[in-house]
Design a protein around this ligand. Structure first.
Ligand code: NAD
Length: 324
């Protein structure tokens, strides 16, 4: 089993790589090679099988052809210019999210063996402009350039699968919380910051109303579902190749309440509130109520509570106190 993770230097890519290293197998076969490719040289990970790291810009067709020519059984495409950055810099978003995705699909098309391709789409493919709750088959009416680029990738993935060029599985990730490390350029970044920073003793800014709803999932559940999505048989997915990963609907206020329950009043005091109309507009356009029938049928999992998500962050991802 040869696995390539494109975007393997990112948050989800690194966690997925570690999960695969721990399992040692995928689709019932022992992993013989795991490759991590990213525009920023990915961090190596320890595994009982060979792991290689590659610097790759998916917008450069020749680079994509060269790596995909190495015949992978499963390819994860997780590389992206994230939401707020793609909104601020239209060309950068199109370059990676649209042309980069197209390059990956085209490179796969010319292979003799048909790879399983798991594509990380986003809840941002949908919007609040259509009747809620969102179903797997609801029309994608994105309200950001990022969401539009993700939705284009979904359509292409469907057609490349229908044509037999790939065995594609497009999954719409909820906002993944709590993201460790530093804030990133996603408009959703603050959903993690308001939990992560106070727990680590740092101040945080909440740019939206506490009543703001969000559709989220933990890193643990997201990674486990990415593994399961690669494992299911193609026939079990059927013609609808893009579907939502399980998440939970909550509000910023409920997240802060859970933080207070886990960590106490002093920690909550580190969160300040100042609304940012740019972030607010992007986040308000994302649906927070999704039905996940396909994922449920396929046996994907969901988080039990936001309190548990916080506890998992403390146990697995919190910055050590002496490195503040
Ligand atoms: N984390 C979330 O909350 C979330 C929610 C919905 C969808 N997603 C999607 O899931 C995927 C993984 O998300 P993440 O949180 O790990 O993001 P991330 O930003 O941590 O990782 C994405 C990686 O893509 C790489 N990249 C960017 N441009 C590239 C290019 N031209 N060529 C090669 N690599 C490039 C970046 O260097 C980064 O390491 C992304 O596609 C993202 O859009 C994430």
């Amino acid at each position: 089993m040869r696995i390539l993770i494109i975007g393997g230097g990112g948050f989800v890519g690194q966690k997925l790589a570690r999960a695969i290293a721990e399992r040692g197998s995928l689709r019932g076969t022992a992993v013989s090679h795991l490759a991590l490719a990213d525009i920023v040289g990915p961090e190596d990970i320890a595994a009982a099988f060979p792991v290689t790291t590659h610097t790759l810009d998916i917008a450069e067709r020749d680079q994509v052809d060269a790596i995909i020519a190495q015949d992978w059984d499963v390819i994860y495409h997780l590389a992206a210019v994230v939401s707020a950055q793609a909104e601020a810099d239209f060309v950068a978003g199109m370059r990676t999210n649209f042309f980069g995705t197209f390059n990956i699909l085209e490179a796969c098309r010319t292979r003799v063996e048909v790879p399983v391709l798991v594509y990380a789409s986003s809840v941002a493919s949908f919007s609040t402009d259509v009747p809620q709750p969102i179903q797997d088959w609801t029309a994608t009416t994105p309200q950001t350039s990022y969401g539009t680029q993700k939705a284009i990738g979904e359509l292409l993935l469907s057609d490349y699968t229908r044509r037999g060029f790939i065995d594609g599985r497009g999954v719409r990730l909820p906002t993944v919380v709590v993201r460790p490390g530093k804030p990133n350029a996603a408009a959703s970044s603050f959903f993690s910051s308001i939990i992560r920073e106070p727990l680590q003793g740092d101040p945080a800014m909440c740019p939206v109303d506490v009543e703001q709803e969000v559709w989220l999932a933990s890193p643990r559940v997201t990674v486990e579902n990415l593994v399961r999505v690669a494992e299911v048989e193609s026939e079990a997915i059927g013609a609808l190749r893009n579907f939502s990963l399980p998440g939970m609907t909550t509000t910023v206020g409920a997240m802060l309440k859970a933080l207070e329950t886990v960590a106490g009043e002093n920690v909550i005091g580190l969160v300040d509130h100042e609304r940012d109309p740019v972030i607010e507009k992007i986040v308000q356009g994302w649906s927070s109520t999704l039905l996940t029938d396909k994922a449920d049928e396929l046996g994907l999992i969901r988080d039990e509570s936001f309190t548990r998500i916080i506890e998992e962050f403390i146990a697995n991802d919190m910055r050590p106190a002496d490195s503040a």
